[in-house]
Design a protein. Structure first.
Lengths: 420, 167
């Protein structure tokens, strides 16, 4: 019987021939933790009498959620993380390096076919590179640090086929919001989602990362895309040669196959307070906003910043609105500087913050007051995510967010289409 | 394992940001986290939960982030068990790992009312509604999960079974 990519990766990592429903103990290829969870992980590691990390070269520790620290309590956590990282000689990324998921990708720890876990729900992002990656809790992360192993139930896979050429100023973010809206916040619980189809195949890896990043918003264990020449070229471009990876067999079994045609897709917006409360922009336009956030592990890459800069160039953020731009990593920041994007943002009145999670983490930058409205390129619009439970968060593409920054209300970016 | 307590009802898709808003993750103390449990939905919840309650919820309980502070805050606020139609997967694993029993019971949300006295038999996968004299069948937990819960969580379980995990 044929296998899906996920079944092949979990078979390889467990050394057994496994299919959906089987429970396996598998060898982990890489693990990551960040400052949002590190204290609990390190406490659990110590409580389990952990003495050594099983393989320091496969461990990445990142300070990104509250970076630089805004509270003494977090400063203590950061101190603890540095001590742990240096004692165990694991890979470590200091304040200002960027978002943990972007840094995992840039670090070379993610390759097609690898099995990766981390104490963050958006770990599913790496599936865009053909890896099986999923979020776990802090106690389990500690167990992985010690043993290098974890148990998994091999998930069933939902195949999502996306076809059609994306219209102008409609982006991968609009595609994934449209998919989340249809599948629902719990429509893929415990399952893997395999994204395929001509739209996905022609999409840059950066856009694919936006798709897989939001798999967890449908409850999925992971989002995954078969590696192809674009995947290998992308890894090569950031200095990592890889030739590994798996493709799904023709006769692999899927629990469900969903088809999407995006050739007439409008820009999409997820409305408060659910990620699956998705509407076409035409139904949401005109809603006044107080804050605009462009960044996050969903949409903080160079591709996203280029899209935002294209709209903000020569224009100014509306009076009364603050626009916060946070590049996903130092590498992205440097590239944006070289391309002149940062200057465009500064000239247009945006606040450009250092690489990190920024307002999406809801702990230190861009906290919303009661009654305020934020349009954000991140992945969650839950109540109290970015501050007051009485604030509202709308999720959209970098183009829609940038257009809204200029007008001060949720705006269809196609109104800003430039000639030529 | 039998657990008894008063039912507190919640709806579908209760997410980790309302269970423990991220601004409180600055606290490292479970008792401090407990003071803000469910703050996004019901700021009076810690008062209600004191002394021990059983949460009864709908679909996809605990969706969102992987923060283990979410089940920790609930446990320390006085939640003894959570019954739901089904759970988001990371929350489900986290709750078991910290020793907070979670039981999937499709259709539970419509069959219990706020304040009903419940007894949950984890081994049998049964919920007894003492107030309404009804028995509701839940999905039984696999043996290895019951063992982790009996030991009080993954850390205690590993210590007990393996004499500590030393690398």
């Amino acid at each position: 019987m044929g296998k899906t990519v996920s079944e092949k990766i979990l078979s390889r990592a467990s050394g057994k021939d496994v299919y959906a429903g089987d429970i396996v103990v598998a060898e982990i290829d890489a693990v990551m933790m960040h400052d949002g969870m590190a204290k609990l992980v390190i406490d659990a590691f110590n409580e389990m009498n952990g003495r050594r990390v099983w393989d320091p070269s496969r461990v990445l520790i990142v300070i990104d959620h509250v970076a630089p620290s805004a509270y003494e309590a977090f400063s203590k956590v950061h101190k603890l993380m540095r001590e742990f990282a240096f004692k165990h000689n694991v890979k470590f990324r200091e304040v200002g390096s960027g978002i943990c998921h972007q840094l995992m990708i840039e670090s070379g720890l993610v390759s097609p076919g690898s099995l990766i876990v981390a104490s963050d729900s958006h770990t599913c992002t790496y599936g865009a590179l053909g890896a099986f990656s999923t979020g776990i809790g802090s106690t389990e992360t500690a167990a992985v640090l010690i043993s290098g192993k974890l148990w998994f139930k091999v998930p069933e896979t939902i195949r999502v086929i996306v076809d059609g050429k994306l219209p102008l100023m409609v982006y991968p973010k609009d595609v994934i919001l449209n998919i989340v809206g249809r599948v629902g916040a719990d429509g893929a619980t415990y399952k893997a989602i395999e994204f395929t189809g001509s739209t996905v195949k022609s999409m840059d890896v950066e856009g694919r990362l936006t798709l897989t990043n939001m798999a967890v918003e449908m409850g999925a264990k992971t989002g995954i895309i078969e590696p192809d020449e674009k995947t290998y070229a992308f890894l090569g471009s950031i200095g990592h040669k890889a030739d590994s990876g798996f493709r799904s067999d023709e006769d692999a079994e899927y629990s469900e196959t969903l088809k999407f045609d995006v050739s007439d897709l409008e820009p999409q917006v997820a409305c408060p307070h659910r990620v699956d409360n998705v509407k076409p922009i035409s139904e949401v336009e005109g809603k006044e906003v107080d804050q605009v956030f462009i960044g996050s592990c969903t949409n903080g890459r160079i591709y996203d910043l280029r899209v935002a800069a294209e709209i903000l160039k020569g224009r100014h953020v509306k009076r009364g609105v603050r626009a916060i731009i946070v590049p996903a990593s130092r590498r992205v920041y440097r590239q944006a500087l070289m391309e002149g994007l940062i200057q465009i943002f500064i000239d247009s009145g945006c606040a450009v913050c250092n690489p990190g999670c920024g307002p999406c983490a809801g702990a230190h930058q861009g906290i919303l007051a009661p009654g305020e409205v934020c349009i954000s390129t991140s992945n969650r619009n839950f109540k109290a995510r970015m501050g007051s439970p009485e604030a509202e968060i709308y999720l959209a593409s970098p183009a829609t967010a940038a257009a809204s920054a200029v007008t001060g209300e949720i705006t269809d970016p196609r109104r800003f289409m430039r000639e030529g | 394992m039998r657990i008894s307590g008063k039912a507190v009802i919640f709806g579908d898709d209760v997410n980790t940001d309302v269970i423990i808003p991220s601004k409180h993750l600055t606290s490292l103390d479970p008792e401090e986290l407990a003071k803000h449990a469910m703050e996004g939905l019901d700021p009076k919840f810690p008062e209600k939960a004191r002394g021990g309650v059983i949460i009864v919820a709908g679909r996809n309980f605990g969706c969102g982030s992987s923060r283990e502070q979410a089940p920790l805050a609930l446990k320390h606020a006085g939640v003894k068990c959570i019954l739901a139609d089904f759970f988001a997967r990371i929350f489900y694993r986290n709750a078991i790992n910290i020793g907070l029993p979670v039981l999937e019971c499709p259709g539970i949300s419509g069959r219990i009312e706020e304040g009903d006295i419940l007894t949950v038999d984890l081994e049998e996968g049964k919920i007894i509604n003492e107030t309404r004299k009804a028995v509701i069948e839940a999905h039984k937990l696999p043996g290895f999960i019951l063992e982790i819960l009996r030991d009080g969580g993954l850390i205690a379980h590993l210590k007990k079974r393996l004499g500590g995990m030393e690398s």
